[in-house]
Design a binder for this molecule. Structure first.
Ligand SMILES: [Fe+2]
Length: 453
């Protein structure tokens, strides 16, 4: 039996289960908290709701934490047991989960694209598709996915502001800034709590060096995110990037302590080591230090969390940040353990991510350690050959810029002025407007200038 909910149907005999699934999808695609309680409610109303099992597994997969694997396997087993009673769309989610559990991330994307071909307004598939492709660095493919379903979306379609938000971020990462900003602004006008759309516009402003506008944009929206999940901490990371660029260092530290890494924040208390939170924290502290700001003992609490996750190979971009954190506290023994585990995974695992670790995350981690040790030639040796492959560890241009900052800094400190200039040109080609004018590259540019004069 199936229940129609929003623009999809759920195979269940329980109207309460179908409604709870719908709420879970709505909250997830709107980047809100309490997705899991809704799925638990659905399963309490109908333990045989296969879609709820599949989505539960996909939510766990999205947390990028290897210790959750047994729970993912449980959800997958339950969903597979019920697969025959599910519709084709729901079955494709089960198949996507099966791929995810096996580490076949492109397989997941294939299933999401298959769902979208048949159900172009399935916002869950679109958001999940973008999420996988984002962490694979394949945003052109994500942009194609959101472009292909565009004609099916209209203002009245449930989830339209969420579609616009996905579209805005795809366009931004593909360098189509004005279209991205228009989409993002329209999405926020339609729903002011649209965190993903606010975030996409912040990315545009970052890439275009519109820092003051960026501060105003996010300050004007920040009261709308009470129900937003950890995405709000990442948006605060963006806000702090704007503050950093306008040299408001006290505001950066304040934003860091209150939002980026506030261990008293309820969401952080429940999940202190969420992968994206650790990325945000590491990335901001490194940038602060690079700007000459003392950060005190702030690295320590992250290092203590990371030391327990050295063998977690579920996110190459996150593993590279673990190296940043461990090196910052001088735990080089843990850095060695981490990088050795990354090498083992890269050489032995059949998972999609193995190659991503080999090509991008391992050199990035090695460079982070070498930079902290002041071994600038080693930074160049690690990063220079792979700089155009760093996208393979996933994330956005803005996030990956951390490793370009390390590379340029190492080039400048090694007296390689021509290399600094050519790297800045490359960074401009990535999509950053006037990188030489950015705070992140100020010290490298001034070293080049003084070498020339
Ligand atoms: Fe971002």
């Amino acid at each position: 039996m199936s229940m129609h909910e929003r623009n999809f149907s759920v195979s269940t005999s329980s109207a309460a289960a179908a409604a709870a699934c719908s709420r879970a999808v709505e909250k997830f695609t709107q980047r809100k908290i309490d997705v899991v309680p809704c799925l638990q409610e659905a399963l309490a109303a109908d333990p045989d709701c296969g879609f709820a099992h599949a989505v539960s597994g996909l939510m766990l997969h999205g947390a990028r934490q290897s210790s959750l694997m047994p729970l993912i396997e449980d959800s997958l087993a339950a969903a597979k047991r019920l697969r025959a009673s599910m519709n084709h769309r729901e079955q494709a989610y089960v198949d996507a989960l099966e791929c995810g559990a096996a580490g076949n991330l492109h397989g997941m994307v294939d299933h999401y694209e298959k769902i979208l071909a048949a159900h172009p307004t399935d916002i869950l598939a679109l958001v999940l598709c973008q999420g996988e492709l984002f962490w694979l660095g394949e945003m052109q493919r994500s942009e194609r996915a959101s472009s292909m379903v565009a004609s099916a979306w209209h203002e009245e379609t449930p989830g339209y502001p969420d579609y616009l938000a996905v579209r805005a971020f795809d366009l931004e990462e593909c360098g189509q800034y004005s279209k991205a900003e228009a989409c993002g602004r329209e999405a926020v006008e339609q729903r002011s709590s649209n965190a993903w759309a606010a975030h996409a516009v912040a990315h545009v402003m970052l890439m275009q060096r519109r820092s003051k506008e960026g501060v105003d944009w996010l300050e004007g929206l920040q009261n709308n995110w009470q129900e937003t999940n950890q995405m709000k901490f990442h948006i605060w990371w963006h806000q702090c990037l704007f503050y950093l660029e306008t040299r408001q260092h006290d505001a950066v530290l304040d934003g860091y302590d209150n939002w980026i890494r506030n261990r008293n924040e309820p969401l952080v208390q429940v999940t202190p080591d969420l992968y994206i939170d650790l990325q945000n924290g590491a990335s901001m502290l490194w940038r602060l230090e690079h700007a000459g700001v003392a950060v005190g003992s702030r690295w320590q609490e992250m290092a203590e969390l990371v030391e327990k996750r050295l063998l977690d190979m579920s996110s190459p971009f996150t593993s590279a940040h673990y190296a940043v954190i461990l090196a910052a506290v001088g735990n080089y023994k843990a850095c060695d353990t981490l990088i050795e585990a990354m090498r083992d995974f890269a050489s032995a695992s059949p998972a999609t991510l193995a190659e991503r670790y080999r090509v991008a995350a391992i050199p990035a981690a090695e460079a982070a350690v070498a930079h902290r040790r002041g071994q600038y030639q080693n930074v160049l040796d690690s990063l220079l050959p792979v700089r155009q492959a760093l996208w393979q560890m996933g994330a956005s241009h803005a996030q990956r810029d951390l490793f370009f900052q390390m590379l340029v800094d190492a080039a400048a400190r090694s007296g390689k002025t021509d290399l600094v200039q050519s790297l800045l040109q490359e960074i401009e080609l990535i999509g950053f407007v006037e990188p030489a004018q950015r705070v992140a590259y100020a010290s490298a540019v001034s070293q080049v200038d003084s070498a020339r004069s």
